[in-house]
Design a protein around this ligand. Sequence first.
Ligand SMILES: NC(=O)c1ccc[n+]([C@@H]2O[C@H](COP(=O)([O-])OP(=O)(O)OC[C@H]3O[C@@H](n4cnc5c(N)ncnc54)[C@H](O)[C@@H]3O)[C@@H](O)[C@H]2O)c1
Length: 236
Amino acid sequence: MRRFEGKVALVTAAAQGIGQAVVRRVAAEGGAVVVTDLREDAAAALAEEVGAELALGVKVDVTSRGDVDAAVAAAVGRFGRLDLLVNNAGGCIVTSVPEDTSAEDWHRQLDFTLVGAARCIQAAIPHLVKTRGNVVTISSVNGIAAFGNVEYAAAKAGQIAMSQNYAARYGPLGVRFNVVAPAPSGHRIGTPSRTRWRGSNRCTHSAASASQRTSPQRSRSSAPTTPRGSPDTPCP
Ligand SMILES: NC(=O)c1ccc[n+]([C@@H]2O[C@H](COP(=O)([O-])OP(=O)(O)OC[C@H]3O[C@@H](n4cnc5c(N)ncnc54)[C@H](O)[C@@H]3O)[C@@H](O)[C@H]2O)c1
């Protein structure tokens, strides 16, 4: 089956993991795909592997509206249209105990994961209206159920609410908005990247035990002063 024949997709944070798997699937089913990622070399390498006829690598930091606008323009310039935006960029980048999280860290988390997706929708929507296209946003089970990381969960729940409301606005014009909410993957799809959780980007389950999660007061009084969690229990 070649479900994407004649279609053009733009995928964010596509150099590895879920985004990379989406790129491969779209191309395997005949679609053209703009591979975007903060890491320019990695995006270009994946595009080259997929093939210049079907793929274009573009450096995009989703926290930059200029980058996002340029990537959408590159997609339309190279392939003539845009049918699908996959908002894959996002992640758990705040490691503090939630009661102590600074406003700056809140802004960083929301800017990357929630506003980043909003920027991409804003840039893509005029083209998606023309093609009666689609937006797929990769949220998380953390946006639906309480697993402990407050800031990441809020950003992921925000993606769901944002998509519902965009669907209400643009559904009548033929643009569909869907959200995927994966559970943590025990292993990474595509290029192995579990080491990410061991670096500065490591995410912690700020409320380590169930009793702490259900009791904010107890959580506050017994909150450790260093980030908790382990590389084996990443926030999805
Ligand atoms: N992996 C999981 O278990 C899991 C589970 C649920 C939801 N999710 C969600 O799925 C999405 C993809 O997760 P993943 O684990 O496959 O990704 P990943 O962590 O493996 O890959 C992250 C990619 O994002 C890029 N990136 C980092 N900052 C960026 C920025 N500012 N702009 C653009 N690109 C940037 C990196 O270069 C990297 O290629 C995320 O939104 C994540 O929250 C993942």
